[in-house]
Design a protein around this ligand. Sequence first.
Ligand code: HEM
Length: 500
Amino acid sequence: IPRKTSDPPLVFHWIPIVGSAIWYGNNPIGFFKACQEKYGNVFTFVLLGRKVTVALTPKGNNFILGGKSIAFNAEEAYKHLTTPVFGKDVVYDVPNEVFMQQKKFVKFGLTTETFRAYVGMIEDEVDNFMSHDQRFRTYQQDDINEWGNFDAIGAMAEITILTASRTLQGSEVRDSLDKSFSDLYTDLDGGFTPLNFMFPNLPLESYRRRDRAQKKMSEFYVNIIKKRRENPNGDHTYDMISSLLDQKYRNGDVLRDHEIAHIMIALLMAGQHTSSATLAWTMLHLASDQDVANALYDEQVKRFGNPDGSFRAMSYEDLRHLPILDAVIRETLRMHPPIHSIMRQVREDVVVPATLAAPSKDGVYVVPKDHYVLASPLMSQLDPDTWRDADKWMPSRWYDEEGMAAQALKTYVDDGGEKIDFGFGAVSKGTESPYQPFGAGKHRCIGEQFAYLQIGTIIATIMRKVELRLPNPVPEHNYHTMIMMPKDPKSIHYRRRRFN
Ligand code: HEM
């Protein structure tokens, strides 16, 4: 630590303890922009008694996400929220070294072979949903001139849980969805909110329901696991439970039943709102931009269309050759990354590099132990210094006429920054990338490929069947949920296409 140091500038606020919670909670981007103008790229604000130091720009992301995990600790930041929901002995309830092994176990289950099997299952679920759910009543009739409508969030949330349980979660979960499982999920989800994040223990009914649901959900999975151990010959080849049953920790121990159960709950929670929000935003944009929607439909016809107007089934390999579908998802995640703030707790004083924030007259900045740090991928993904027409949803920025990536970044790649790989579902792992919807570094998402597969297959299947319109502008962000959702109104109009 250098001799002359000072804390980062503190954002002015009127009310002690509450601090800037209301401004940040209502509109984090407006808040960050105002603070950036006044204080620079590194500043501290008070969030209900906690001191949170924000580091903006790709260099700030790198500072936090590429920082030593001993100094910037995820467990301490998240466990009060996650352990009551996921359960004990997994993720942030264990030392990071154990969680990293658990992450690897999940990765082992997400192979090309499983993905190949998943595409058809997802297509089938969407098909079935659209043929039976009330929201798609108009689709189910023969008249192609009638318009129906569905709520972007409600319909997409349902399709997400149906497809995730059919694939990752396994047949027992899928079969229980219409029964008790849905209610348990709803209660558990009611305990996964910003309120739970800020106040881990309140004497509220929703907290009690959360705890009851966690216990029951845990028992539900443990029963599945017990049955499978008793009868190992059932057909569950491609789901995550069967993969986890085969894994061993480095010391040779197999996973205990409740650990598998709690990892499955964690995966359910990690994938549900992130994927359904991304689907909702994608559908809203496609409904409001006929040019892109038509291009996406034409791409489907070109690759899958039969002479009689029907479509052949998709395969995992096909998904790698659909640049427009890929760009549509990628661009949606640029403007609407489901997680807008990534947090860590600071365990030791950390010097802020001068390249990120120039020292003040009082010396170099040091983020003190016990602060929280916050990285905002959303800020860098909307930065007009990096992205041309940053506020415009423009999938074409991700490909040129040859279907290759070109226009994505205005300055970043020119400056010798990290190159992004543009294949379908490809990853950009850099901690200093201006594009980080899946985070970066040690805690980076392992669900990216699955999410692209799930979202891509769902969008393609829906777009083959219906055309869309949006009667209102694309909604603004609602920041009041853990995952960034569209505000009301978010109803999408649809009409059945002629051939299907
Ligand atoms: C971590 C985003 C889907 C499992 C993360 C992180 C982000 C993210 C930003 C980093 C969090 C941090 O550093 O604090 C997304 C988005 C998704 C998505 C945008 C979909 C569009 C999924 C799915 C799964 C999943 C489907 C499971 C199958 C995980 C796991 C981590 C993670 C296990 C690691 C957490 C850690 O190491 O601390 N995700 N995710 N995610 N995600 Fe995802």
